[in-house]
Ligand binder design. Structure first.
Ligand code: LIP
Length: 273
């Protein structure tokens, strides 16, 4: 079946903007917050309402498509990724930022066909930055083409990473050890609180790599193609091929930076999505 990727992009951008309006409206008022896997793993009514709106809007136009949404999976829906066109959604990536009124939060909408991501939209509603990419057609921020930096040596790189929301002691201590190793080998680390925002920074050349264990497919599906279309590389933190369901991500401006990072961090085994 032929797919009109530009039509998928146009539709999803319109839905992302509508989602962004919902986030902006809720951003400056008191939020009702509940926790999920840990006391640091937050979700709000806005996350849930935005995801419902996104899925309802896309399902109306594309009734044969499937959906993987963060809050639907949290609510018990199985995370099944098949060859069928599947929209992979994080209604608010950086929910803790949203709760604390930190502007680095975003709406993520990715589309996979035959289990390959072909369209990605990451919209930061508070700063009004719309990152988009279609397979083979480049990456953009507010319709201006973006590309990764030219940094090819880890010692000259800024690396994004996160402590995440897992609070098991061994996991936290391994992540902190990995951060220490990266700091000693680079210009330093940055933690913006959102996988997708970190990856859009790498895609636009504002920093040079991002690595994290503990993410989910919905955190990185949309931003993954944005990094690739901006000329960056995507892989598993162990240096093996990218596996969107493995709970790990490593992306960088160049293979040499990515490989250097994979060699100095200790892997974490996490339950697959
Ligand atoms: C967040 C990720 C981030 C991770 C946080 C959290 P959420 O996603 O974007 O990389 O460190 O723990 O998982 O939960 O805000 O959609």
């Amino acid at each position: 079946m032929d797919h009109d990727l530009q039509d998928y992009l146009k539709t999803a951008v319109g839905v992302a903007r509508k989602a962004g309006d919902m986030v902006k409206k809720a951003y400056c008022v008191d939020k009702s917050v509940v926790t999920k896997e840990s006391y640091a793993d937050l979700v709000t009514e806005t996350d849930q309402a935005v995801e419902r709106m996104i899925i309802d809007s896309l399902a109306e136009k594309y009734p044969t498509h499937k959906f993987i949404g963060e809050e639907s999976v949290s609510g018990g829906k199985k995370c099944e990724w098949t060859d069928t066109p599947t929209w992979i959604i994080d209604p608010i990536d950086g929910t803790a930022n949203f709760v604390h009124s930190i502007p680095y939060n975003c709406v993520c909408i990715g589309l996979g066909i035959n289990r390959k991501i072909v369209v990605g939209i990451v919209y930061l509603p508070i700063t009004d930055q719309m990152y988009t990419a279609v397979k083979g057609q480049g990456a953009f921020c507010n319709d201006t083409r973006i590309s990764v930096s030219k940094v090819s040596d880890l010692k000259n790189a800024v690396v994004y990473t996160e402590a995440g929301n897992n609070r098991h002691s061994d996991t936290v201590l391994t992540k902190i050890e990995n951060m220490k190793n990266i700091v000693f080998a680079s210009h330093g680390i940055r933690c913006l609180g959102s996988a997708a925002v970190n990856m859009c920074m790498v895609a636009q050349g504002s920093g040079d790599a991002y690595v994290e264990y503990g993410i989910h497919i919905w955190d990185v599906a949309a931003s993954g193609i944005i990094v690739e279309e901006a000329g960056g590389v995507l892989m598993d933190p162990t240096g093996s091929e990218m596996d969107y369901l493995s709970r790990g991500i490593l992306c960088a401006s160049s293979p040499s930076v990515a490989t250097s990072i994979s060699k100095i961090i200790k892997p974490l085994e996490l339950e697959r999505d």
